[in-house]
Design a protein around this ligand. Structure first.
Ligand SMILES: [Zn+2]
Length: 323
């Protein structure tokens, strides 16, 4: 599987599986596609039938409230899922459609749900890259991103939206994508965390869609917050969010240390680092692993720890900064 053709880019499960890994992942999810169920008082969830190595069992959409409701992450442009979502709220009014980020497995259904219900869409903003594109990157971005989504209501970090019986606060969490936003229901101590944190896998952070420095900063932000119950875009609920965030931080720091260890032996390119760091990797995943390493190298170059000629790229040669 080459990342250039991936439409769903959530988890790098298989990549993290190739590393010695101490994250206590939970891969149980007893949910049938198309059948809504209450996951916690006031929140129903509905699984889309789009399983893949990068989406786990599929995208999970949420319905917030009763009577007048909001939908969080309506999902891909999938006929059956859209019909199931509309059926789940058939006697209710949908007032808002929240979008955590604009990957094709999260936001495209917003257009048709909006057309059917008259709800307004809410998000951080349209899709954008984390930095100027290099040769060949536009195509990759296009394959995974929903470039058409424009929220009716652009939510700033910390701003809230009030509905009937619920209030959601935007928590800017760039990194997986630059427009990634989690939504906190503070009164309930819960967070719709999109693809930033998931119970079953760490998410893909792949330039130019994502950026490691932003991703790490967003993890540190969540570690400071009080919400304990995380409702992610894929997989089951996370009962102790801040604890899992701590595992995530250590996992990324461990990968960075492994990359630096290889660099200390002398200047190397990304394929060499991938072979050293991802021992036993499925060859079909070397593209995704290369992007993950590039994400770390971009961060290390920005911090002055590693140097390369010109902007960091997949074909660059990297070495530890001297002095
Ligand atoms: Zn995503």
């Amino acid at each position: 599987m080459h990342t250039g053709h991936l439409r769903d880019t959530s988890g790098d499960d298989l990549l993290s599986g190739a590393m010695t890994d101490d994250i206590p992942f939970d891969r149980t999810l007893d949910l049938t596609p198309g059948h809504p169920e209450e996951v916690t008082p006031g929140v129903r969830r509905l699984l889309c039938n789009n399983p893949s190595p990068f989406t786990f069992k599929g995208t999970v959409s949420y319905i917030v409230g009763r009577g007048q409701v909001a939908i969080v992450d309506p999902g891909p442009d999938d006929e059956n899922h859209i019909a199931a979502l509309l059926d789940a709220v058939r006697d209710e009014t949908v007032t808002h459609i929240f979008v955590t980020h604009t990957h094709r497995d999260h936001s495209p259904a917003a257009a048709r749900i909006k057309a059917a219900t008259g709800a307004i869409t809410v998000g951080e903003g349209p899709h954008r890259a984390s930095r100027p594109l290099q040769i060949g990157e536009a195509q990759r971005l296009d394959a995974s991103a929903d470039m058409d989504f424009r929220p009716d209501l652009t939510l700033r970090d910390g701003a809230t939206v009030e509905g009937a019986g619920w209030t959601l606060e935007g928590v800017a969490t760039p990194g997986h994508t630059m427009n990634h936003m989690a939504f906190a229901w503070r009164d309930r101590g819960l967070l719709f965390c999109g693809d930033h944190i998931m119970a079953w896998s760490t998410p893909v952070v792949a330039p130019p869609d994502g950026a490691m420095s932003d991703y790490m900063a967003s993890l540190h932000r969540l570690a400071q917050r009080s919400e304990a119950l995380y409702l992610p875009g894929h997989g089951g609920v996370v009962r102790d969010g801040p604890r899992l965030v701590g595992h995530y931080l250590r996992h990324r720091q461990g990968r960075e240390a492994a990359i630096l260890q290889r660099l200390e032996k002398g200047p190397v390119d990304i394929p060499t680092i991938v072979r050293a760091v991802y021992v036993g990797l499925d060859p079909r995943l070397t593209g995704a692993a290369g992007l993950s390493v590039l994400a770390h190298l971009e961060d290390l170059v920005a911090r002055g720890v590693v140097v390369t000629d010109g902007p960091p790229s997949l074909s660059g040669l990297y070495r530890v900064a001297s002095g």
